[in-house]
Ligand binder design. Structure first.
Ligand SMILES: [Fe+2]
Length: 384
């Protein structure tokens, strides 16, 4: 790979220039890549990339391999920082965050999200669909919004049985066991917030994971997508811990490729089986409709024109989301304890890059305090 790739044919030069003009005040960004130096800067509405120049107000150092991963959409700035593969030489993380959408468009043609360009095709972003809705209609909603809410997919009895299995696995879980995520609760005690690889330890949950109703919803857009129970943390079960927790339970706004892997697993589709149902009190899912396949600007949360939808569900409902739709799981306002089992359907390229037991989240799982620190930067975009 050449050091700096050609601008993809799909890139609208005027749009790239407009986006670049918005980061002009940040100053240039210099990369030290092994023995090479290059600087991105903004000149009017033109992005300049100059090899050998060292004039950026912000500067970072990384290896050629890390650079190729960044350009190839395998790793992000956050992912490289967490892996200790990116050193800040000048400036700070906020400046990198400013530049990231511009560079993702310049390097890979991933367009910046802009609510004024969103087209919902007359659809309701808050719409919920019965399980009897035909596939074409469900697929259209998912394709346009990046997510989908289907009601009454599973019975109360089926969810009760699944919850008994989650209870059993929760009793066996221990901090540091590599099969679960923990946070510190209000009393300072460890609290379980996620089981990972859950279906490898439960034939009952494995049967649910392999149910044809799950497969139907996970393959609405692409019948070749497949589940990966033995990698990428397999099928996890989220458990929302109430109160003010410390760690990774209440995941702020993110895309699931936030630390990397976009080139390998997007547009993967996650089927969220609502074991308990959800609302603001128990913890629910929030999404930015139509944001999938795009990059959101730093501080987008401060804009009032970005639409946000909160999805309330009943036990047995299913949410479906494309993994790079912008989404969040805020702190429950009440008793918490929402449980969702996520069965993700991946493109075949995943199996070429991620082996059994491997996951992008390996960087995150046992370093929750460090990740939580990074999350306090409002631009951090982490997976969950
Ligand atoms: Fe997520």
């Amino acid at each position: 790979m050449t050091l700096v790739p050609q601008i993809p044919d799909t890139v609208d030069r005027d749009l790239l220039g407009k986006e670049a003009a918005e980061v002009a005040a940040t100053g240039g960004l210099t990369f030290y890549i092994d023995d090479e130096t290059l600087t991105y800067s903004v000149d009017g509405s033109t992005v300049r990339c100059e090899v050998g120049k060292d004039t950026g107000a912000t500067a970072v150092r990384l290896s050629r391999r890390a650079w190729d991963d960044l350009v190839g959409q395998m790793r992000t700035f956050v992912g490289l920082l967490l892996g200790d593969e990116l050193q800040m030489e000048r400036g700070g993380f906020e400046q990198l965050a400013d530049w990231e959408p511009v560079l993702r468009y310049r390097h890979a043609g991933i367009p910046p999200y802009d609510p004024s360009r969103a087209d919902f095709e007359g659809r309701d972003p808050a719409g919920a669909f019965s399980v009897d809705t035909d596939d074409a209609e469900l697929a259209a909603q998912l394709r346009v919004m990046g997510y989908l809410h289907v009601t009454g997919v599973f019975t109360t009895e089926e969810m009760d049985a699944a919850n008994r299995e989650v209870d059993r696995l929760a009793l066996l879980a221990r901090p540091g066991d590599d099969q679960s995520w923990w946070v510190t609760d209000e009393d300072g005690s460890p609290a379980l917030c996620r089981l990972v690889y859950a279906t490898l330890r439960s034939p009952q949950l494995a049967a649910l994971e392999g149910d044809l109703r799950v497969r139907r919803l996970g393959t609405l857009l692409d019948p070749t997508l497949a589940i990966a129970p033995d990698r990428m943390e397999g099928t996890p079960v989220l458990i929302k811990v109430p109160g003010r927790t410390s760690g990774l339970s209440n995941i702020p706004w993110h895309q699931d490729c936030g630390t990397g892997g976009h080139a390998v697993f997007c547009p993967a589709v996650s089927v969220g089986i609502q074991l308990t149902g959800s609302n603001a009190e128990t913890g629910n899912l929030r999404v930015v409709p139509g944001s999938h396949g795009q990059a959101l600007k730093y501080h987008w949360q401060d804009r009032t024109d970005v639409p946000v939808v909160s999805i309330d569900t009943s036990p047995g409902d299913v949410t479906v989301h494309i993994q790079d739709v912008m989404h969040a799981s805020p702190r429950p306002t009440g008793e918490g304890q929402r449980r969702t089992m996520y069965v993700t359907h991946y493109p075949s390229a995943l199996w070429d890059h991620i082996g059994p037991g491997e996951a992008l989240n390996d960087l995150v799982r046992n370093r929750t305090e460090q990740v939580a620190d990074l999350q306090r930067s409002p631009s951090a975009s982490l997976p969950a």
